[in-house]
Design a protein around this ligand. Structure first.
Ligand SMILES: NC(=O)c1ccc[n+]([C@@H]2O[C@H](COP(=O)([O-])OP(=O)(O)OC[C@H]3O[C@@H](n4cnc5c(N)ncnc54)[C@H](O)[C@@H]3O)[C@@H](O)[C@H]2O)c1
Length: 436
């Protein structure tokens, strides 16, 4: 029996037969956790682990067994068994699915790049989890995946782009390249696009600027999901915002966040996993805080960043409104509660998006050095819990990227893979091949 120290997290997964338990144990590894797979009905006392250290995740074997032939049993974050798939294979799958519904190869690849970047960075809510949404938008013809963005007007430092109802990442890449070009020529580039669609993780765009030693920013409006402080009704999107800036070498600050407590995709992921959501993420249909992911998705009512008014949720509400000004209002597209409902394919989304690049060399010299100095000062602050060092924005994603590189693949929750296999069958494309 493994001896468990009081500092170690123990995750106990029940509901598996001995074959699954063995394959799970072989491939599990973690510096801070011990994982134990035990069959259904195991007596907790027989585990000889302090009760408060046990986190039980009941996961029905019958569900996993349908996937067992190709299953490499791993653990990531709070998920039970998962499947390891090389990023290139995920890109191939996304590209195939999008081409199958009539998207040109280049546009399909642009979408695949941003979805795989989301999963590689650990934002599983915005990677494969979103593929069926893009497929549906194209299949129903509500998004024109053949369209290319058009420049409507420009000045030395600004541009207004008509997305022509094309794929969000195709429009986003076009706009960010333009903002970068303007920043290199004029010191700053501010580009606004209308007629756009969901563009994936906002950080994909700010990173394009920071890779070229510019400060990058991006914003998008989204379907109304946020219930403003004191309201019962959702009226703004999860409206993400991002700022990326490079310090010395590849050191980077990458703030990339929804202005709701979390992105809606994270609630979806919890629902997909059949797990609860933390208090403070969402409200039910009566405006009460809920921990039930299904109830939260049904009500479509997320709390602003900060949560309730007492916890300064009105600041998240303010940031979402600021984002909307840069996006729907500036682009002359849909805004606030007028943006179409989430997943509804009744009318084009007509989202507004904003892309900014600024050249820090236009200001005091030594930007990179000072930035890294500050980032490292913060990282080196004494943490409250020695096992949890102080981080700066972008660090969690950077370590996830490293993890994916080290293990040669992205770990997907088994339910996600099942959903993709179903999609593969429906579209007649080759399913993703896992690493065995
Ligand atoms: N396109 C859309 O419609 C849309 C809508 C909403 C969100 N999103 C995307 O969803 C993704 C997830 O958003 P989210 O708000 O759930 O992200 P999150 O809460 O996981 O992270 C937000 C930010 O906090 C930083 N962070 C996390 N832990 C930290 C710590 N301990 N110390 C310091 N910084 C820390 C992260 O690096 C990140 O920059 C983002 O990429 C966002 O762009 C997209």
């Amino acid at each position: 029996m493994t001896r468990i120290s009081s500092k170690v997290n123990v995750k106990v997964i029940t509901g598996f037969n001995s074959k699954t338990i063995r394959s799970g144990c072989r491939s599990l590894s973690s510096s801070s956790s011990v994982f134990k797979f035990v069959p259904s009905g195991t007596d907790r006392n027989s585990l000889k682990i302090p009760n408060e250290k046990i986190r039980t995740l009941s996961y029905k074997y019958s569900y996993a067994s349908s996937y067992n032939t190709n299953l490499r049993s791993r653990w990531f974050s709070s998920s039970p068994l998962g499947t390891l798939i090389p990023p290139e294979e995920v890109k191939r799958f996304i590209t195939d699915c999008m081409m199958k519904v009539g998207t040109p190869k280049e546009n399909s690849q642009s979408l695949a790049d941003v979805l795989v970047a989301a999963d590689t960075r650990g934002h599983y809510s915005h990677g494969l989890n979103r593929l069926d949404m893009y497929v549906n938008d194209v299949k129903t013809g509500i998004c024109d995946s053949n369209a290319l963005p058009e420049l409507v007007k420009e000045s030395a430092a600004t541009a207004f782009v008509d997305g022509k109802n094309g794929l969000g990442p195709v429009i986003g890449n076009f706009c960010m390249s333009l903002a970068i070009k303007k920043a290199k020529e004029s010191g700053a580039g501010w580009v606004v696009a209308g007629g756009s669609n969901h563009y994936g993780i906002a950080g994909w765009y700010s990173l394009q600027a920071s890779e070229q030693n510019l400060v990058g920013m991006s914003f998008t409006n989204t379907s109304p999901f946020m219930t403003p402080t004191r309201s019962k009704t959702p009226a703004l999107g999860t409206n993400p915002m991002t700022v990326a800036a490079r310090g010395e070498g590849k050191d980077e600050f990458v703030l990339d966040m929804a202005t709701t407590a979390v992105a809606v995709g994270k609630v979806e992921v919890q629902r997909r996993k059949g797990e609860p959501i933390p208090n403070g993420w969402a409200l039910d249909k009566d405006g009460k805080v809920t921990e039930n992911a299904t109830e939260a998705m049904q009500a479509g009512s997320l709390m602003p960043l900060g949560g309730a008014e007492i916890n300064s949720g009105y600041k998240g509400y303010g940031l979402a409104l600021m984002t909307e000004i840069f996006c729907g209002i500036m682009a002359g597209g849909k805004y606030g509660p007028n943006v179409r409902k989430w997943m509804s394919a009744t009318e084009p989304a007509n989202l507004g998006q904003c892309f900014v690049a600024v050249d820090p060399s236009c200001f005091a010299p030594g930007f990179e050095g000072r930035l890294s100095d500050l980032l490292n000062t913060l990282r080196n602050l004494e943490p409250i819990d020695p096992s949890k060092p102080v981080l700066v924005a972008g660090d969690p994603e950077a370590s996830h990227v490293k993890e994916v590189k080290d293990q040669g693949g992205i770990q997907y929750h088994v339910n996600q893979v099942i959903a993709c296999n179903n999609l593969a069958k429906e579209l007649g494309v080759t399913p993703m091949k896992a690493i065995n």
